[in-house]
Design a protein around this ligand. Structure first.
Ligand code: UDP
Ligand code: MG
Length: 318
């Protein structure tokens, strides 16, 4: 098998069939064989039925359907897709046709013509979001690039095509809290970035609201940086230093100017300020601890309820 298309699907009932048709159309002239690996991420609509139908009716295509027991998230779906694929090359692509299958062909050409590259990643040429969202996102990338060792390309998407070597490296990183942008950057390899234009979503709506994105951003930072933990040290040093300065001021006032030092407001403010800083730091440590806790349970990244898979038919006219 030359190429595996990994397609995470969460409530994509109106998209999967069209996605299949469009892809087959785009791939009709390619000489190599390819497979679809659909991962149904615990959809609550008719996505699984549609995928079953594709699997049963389109026997001319190589289709695998992995169906989760509940919604585990796109990152888990990607992991499961890679795990159940056989291709020498793999491509991650969304089911909603925002990412055109034709671009996968371009990516494959690049990998064939420029063998020094292991991975081709598409980045969004022009963002179609509001300026608040764009500002928020670029702020996040600046922050995470300062905080962590991994460097993230600001507009890079999950839309990538890569070699089996890269796929094996990703599977090695079997952490429970998966932040795929960070994982892709952490494993290294030579990555080529190509611009692509994001299409309108075909049907249904995006699962990424603002709150989910903020959560995702914080996950990303804590998954790839321990610098926030060290922040507590600097914060503590800084407040201790300020306290000593203030102590000197108070002593001088008392000894040389005989001023009565008024206390009430100062004390209330200091207690609240320090209490706030301390709680903040404990919360921070707690969030890292929580991750270690979950990881120490060694829970699986996903649970598959059902896997539809056939013996693959290799193309003979190659
Ligand atoms: N997705 C998934 N599990 C989730 C959320 C999303 O498998 O919990 C899939 C979804 O079906 C789609 C892709 O991930 O194929 C991208 O999701 P979406 O289109 O909502 O994100 P956006 O394109 O808006 O970033
Ligand atoms: Mg989308």
């Amino acid at each position: 098998m030359k190429l595996s298309l990994i397609v995470p699907c969460y409530n994509e009932q109106d998209n999967v069939e069209l996605f299949y048709e469009e892809t087959v159309k785009a791939f009709k002239d390619v000489a190599y064989d390819y497979e679809f690996v659909f991962v149904n991420d615990g959809s609550s609509d008719k996505t699984l039925e549609k995928l079953r139908k594709l699997y049963n009716e389109k026997t001319e295509s190589n289709i695998t359907v992995v169906s989760f027991s509940r919604n585990f998230g796109k990152e888990s779906a990607i992991y499961a897709g890679i795990k159940n694929s056989k291709g020498d090359y793999l491509s991650l692509i969304d089911a909603d046709l925002q990412q055109r299958p034709e671009v996968v062909l371009e990516m494959m050409d690049i990998l064939a013509e420029e063998p020094e590259y292991d991975c081709v990643t598409a980045y969004q040429d022009k963002r179609k979001e509001g300026s608040v969202m764009t500002g928020f996102k670029s702020g996040f990338y600046r922050l995470i690039n300062r905080l962590s060792e991994v460097k993230l390309h600001a507009d890079a998407s999950d839309f990538r095509t890569f070699t089996r070597n890269v796929a094996d490296a990703i599977l090695e990183l079997s952490e429970y809290h998966r932040f795929s942008k960070g994982i892709f950057s952490w494993i290294g390899f030579n990555v080529k970035y190509i611009p692509y234009e994001v299409q309108q979503r075909n049907a249904g709506e995006s699962k990424w609201g603002f709150r989910k994105l903020v959560k995702y951003a914080l996950e990303g930072i804590s998954a790839f940086s321990t610098k926030p933990l060290k922040m507590a040290i600097y914060l503590g040093l800084f407040t201790a230093f300020m306290a000593i300065l203030y102590l000197i001021v108070v002593v001088i006032q008392r000894l040389f100017f005989n001023t009565a030092v008024s206390g009430y407001a100062t004390i209330v403010v200091l207690i609240l300020l320090l209490g706030g800083i301390q709680l903040f730091c404990i919360g921070l440590i707690g969030s890292y601890l929580a991750k270690t806790y979950i990881q120490s349970k060694r829970r699986p990244i996903y649970i598959a309820k059902e896997i539809l898979k056939r013996e693959t038919k290799e193309k003979t006219d190659r």
